[in-house]
Design a protein around this ligand. Structure first.
Ligand code: ATP
Ligand code: MG
Length: 319
């Protein structure tokens, strides 16, 4: 790793209520890299992020930002960080520009030129004079990123920033993070529960499950970790029949809680299946000849589960 170490986390522990939520977590993030913090729902990502941003005190362990210990040099450490935990707070009846100006006035030392530069960087120049209430979710998200980077933080921390964004918004955010890492040398720490997203965005990914850091992978390692098997998402007219056909072909369906019809509030039949890419044509034609209409099929990448297996079997941690 070429750049300087911007964030150092060592032996971090946190218990909330009676539950040990974050267990002896250690990792480092370097200048100019996009570092992914990947884990399923409830893994402890937000809890870890809150400790790094100083919203929660660790029970034990050490956090250093730009070499400053969060416990003993809190303000100096915080001056190096920008972050968004959930939805960024904005004044909805003010324009995006006024929001940024107010933040700049509060923070101090931020020039009008810097504001213009950041507005361009996040691609909001055409709409920056509109009221925030007229912004789409993606625009609000980009304004939030703009606000958190105005003071040129060395470290930018974003907790699941793509939640609620459409594919176009996700792509724009990804390009923005890349530009920040490349042009400003920012160390970008971004959390997600979606492997496919991390594969496309990050230089390096650290995997957390049940509060435990399972290991780290570079982008290259991540792409090859699960072999040639991929997950596919089928949207079909008759899920029960489709499931039967897939199972008859010896394929394994991937359960996905958030994808059942009820949770989506409508009767859309979505199935996830894990298989080798080479079988796609065979599977599609079996579905069609079995009387199932395929509305869409999308490759969603490796499954998280597969990745965990690659990490925990075959010689333990990949780090
Ligand atoms: N204040 C709290 N008291 C007790 N348990 C908590 C508290 N806050 C979070 N937890 C629990 O800690 C665990 C980790 O939560 P956390 O929000 O850090 O997970 P996460 O990885 O961010 O998940 P998600 O992907 O859903 O955002 C969860 O089981 C959660 O229920
Ligand atoms: Mg979370």
């Amino acid at each position: 790793m070429g750049g300087a170490k911007i964030l150092e986390v060592k032996g971090l522990n946190k218990t909330l209520g009676r539950r040990h939520i974050v267990k002896d977590a250690s990792f480092d993030v370097y200048e100019g890299e996009i570092f992914g913090f990947l884990g399923p729902n409830g893994a402890g990502k937000t809890t870890t992020i809150k400790m790094i941003l100083g919203f929660l005190f660790p029970d034990s362990g050490e956090i250093r930002i730009c070499g400053r210990d969060l416990r003993t040099e809190y303000e100096a450490a915080m001056a190096c960080v920008g972050g968004i935990v959930e939805n960024p707070d904005m004044f909805r009846d003010f324009s995006g520009l006024d929001n940024l100006k107010m933040y700049a006035a509060l923070h101090g030392g931020i020039s009008g030129e810097r504001i213009n530069e950041i507005v361009r960087l996040v691609g909001l120049e055409k709409r920056i004079r509109d009221k925030v209430r007229k912004y789409s979710l993606g625009m609000k998200q980009r304004l939030g990123v703009a606000q958190s980077i105005l003071h040129r933080p060395k470290l930018l921390i974003l907790d699941e920033p793509t939640n609620g964004l459409d594919p176009g918004g996700i792509r724009e955010l990804r390009l923005l993070l890349r530009r920040m890492a490349a042009e400003e040398g920012t160390a970008v720490f971004v959390s997600s529960h979606l492997l496919s997203e991390m594969e496309q965005t990050c230089d390096r990914v650290c995997i957390i499950d049940n509060g435990v850091i399972k290991g780290e992978l570079t982008a290259e390692e991540l792409k090859s970790a699960g072999g040639t098997a991929r997950e596919y998402e089928y949207s079909v007219t008759d899920a029960a029949r489709a499931a039967e056909i897939l199972q008859n072909l010896g394929l394994e369906l991937v359960p996905n809680g958030s994808n059942d019809g009820e949770a989506r509030g409508q009767q859309e039949d979505v199935l996830r299946v894990r298989m080798d890419k080479a079988r796609l044509a065979e599977v599609n034609s079996a579905l069609i000849s079995g009387g199932v209409n395929i509305l869409t099929v999308a490759e969603t990448g490796h499954s998280l589960e597969e990745l965990f297996m690659a990490l925990t079997e075959g010689g333990g941690s990949i780090e």
